[in-house]
Design a protein around this ligand. Structure first.
Ligand code: FCB
Length: 452
């Protein structure tokens, strides 16, 4: 058995990475608008002011998706485009834009999957302390209510947060992403607690104000730890390492601190001990809110690290061979992560799984024949999807896969240096060019993955 019959073959994007129109139609500022203006923060001084100009070209982009045969499209809403100040007054032009996009998708037979928050945090709320503020979960809940009221008559699938590991870790611990701070650990654990409460409030609001029953999930990320062999002790070593917690200075990069509370209503014991001195006040009511039941579990998966059981009975990492393959962004190429990731996650959390992002950046160029021959991307995706298919064949309930990304776009601190798309974007002319991988992906969708 391979992929399920109604498998959601999709592609993903996010608002700031593609929309542009950063200062149009009443959109409020967000922390990335501001961060990109600080010197030396983003490669080449790039900004998302124009990006792929999707705000004006969405019809053309949906036509491409239709031609590609996409069944599903995961995109995020820009919170300050909808609520310029983060709460309060609704910007009707923002609502109109998303309504038109949704209608265009539905007209093309493509199922919209909305991500509520993919990092473009309203600047007005940031000025009030952002996720540090005790009211921040309520703010996110209010935003989710507005989304439910306006879009849930037509959109049934939602993810709350994209990769909290990154927007807290990279944004507030390492300082590489907006707002570019290096905060005390204690503050970041408080922010994390509030983002999780915000997630819970959003789930409640979507259910309460949804115009029909909605399917709600969460889209965290992780590096997958996969076993060196199929032997049970190596598998156990990988599983253990995967769900264990890092030391406190680098605490945010992990699975269980972010997902155990959402699914089990409890933080993992290991973390409660390790981070004890830095924790905010955590109440039973908080944990109840955070674990408001969700329907589906999304996970962004790009790569992993290989682990085996060491002589001393502890998991140990297996060094990659010299010259092992990496992507243009220097991320390791490890297809096994799409087998072991979904498997470990489902064994632990017992939810249907969506791969909410997977892909790679390549040094793509337009060749003399006017085309983009990205054989490396096809190879990568074929190997990764083969592992995902193997997981499905082994009984893991995988409902969908979203390629990151539909088109080249603004890759955060890397600006336009990285090309992750199936579609090449010439940023000067805004011309879209199908890469070879886009044609290939179309054939995979047509065959429901049988040709993998
Ligand atoms: C993920 C982000 C996404 C994109 C990819 C390459 O961490 O969610 O926006 O940047 O990486």
């Amino acid at each position: 058995m391979g992929f399920q019959k109604d498998f959601a073959w999709g592609a993903a994007t996010s608002s700031y990475q593609i929309e542009g129109a950063a200062y149009e139609d009443g959109k409020g500022l967000h922390i990335w608008d501001v961060f990109c203006r600080e010197k030396g923060k983003v490669f080449g001084g790039d900004t998302g002011d124009v990006a792929c100009d999707h705000y004006h070209r969405f019809k053309e982009d949906v036509a491409i998706m239709k031609e590609m045969g996409l069944k599903a499209y995961r995109f995020s809403l820009s919170w300050p485009r909808i609520l310029p100040e983060g709460t309060g007054k609704v910007n009707e032009a923002g609502i109109r834009f998303y309504n038109r996009l949704i209608d265009e998708l539905l007209g093309a037979g493509i199922e919209p999957y909305i991500t509520l928050f993919h990092w473009d945090y309203p600047y007005e709320l940031y000025k009030k302390g952002g996720w540090m503020n005790d009211e921040s979960p309520e703010w996110f809940g209010e935003y989710a209510k507005v989304v439910a009221e306006n879009f849930s008559d037509r959109v049934t699938h939602y993810f709350t947060l994209n990769e909290p590991q990154c927007f807290i870790g990279l944004g507030f611990l390492q300082g590489e992403h907006a707002p570019g701070l290096r905060c005390p650990v204690k503050d970041t654990l408080l922010m994390a607690h509030n983002t999780l409460k915000g997630h819970g409030r959003a789930v409640q609001a979507l259910r309460e104000f949804g115009k029909q029953p909605l399917t709600v999930g969460y889209a965290p990320t992780s590096t997958i730890l996969y076993p060196a062999t199929k032997h049970e002790e190596d598998v156990e070593a990988a599983r253990k390492a995967y769900f264990s917690l890092p030391d406190v200075e680098n605490w945010s990069w992990n699975v269980s601190w972010w997902s155990d509370p959402v699914i089990f209503g409890a933080y993992p014991e290991e973390g409660l001990k390790k981070y004890e001195a830095y924790l905010p006040k955590i109440t039973d009511a908080d944990m109840k809110l955070i674990s408001e039941p969700i329907d589906i579990y999304g996970q962004n998966i790009y790569n992993g690290r290989c682990v085996r059981m060491g002589q001393d009975g502890k998991p140990e990492e297996v060094k990659r061979p010299a010259g092992a393959q990496t992507t243009a962004m220097d991320w390791p190429v490890t297809p096994q992560c799409l087998y072991w990731g979904p498997k470990f996650l489902q064994e632990r959390y017992h939810k249907p799984i969506y791969i909410t992002e997977n892909g790679l950046s390549c040094r793509d160029v337009v060749s003399a024949d006017g085309r983009v021959h990205d054989a490396g991307r096809i190879d990568f995706l074929a190997n990764y999807l083969a592992e995902l298919k193997r997981a499905a064949a082994d009984g893991v309930d995988i409902r969908g896969y979203f390629q990151w990304s539909l088109m080249d776009n603004f890759e955060w601190a890397r600006g336009y240096a990285e090309r992750f798309g199936l579609i090449y974007v010439d940023y000067d002319s805004q011309q879209r060019i199908w890469k070879d991988s886009a044609y290939w992906y179309k054939s995979v969708i047509e065959a429901n993955g049988e040709n993998i």
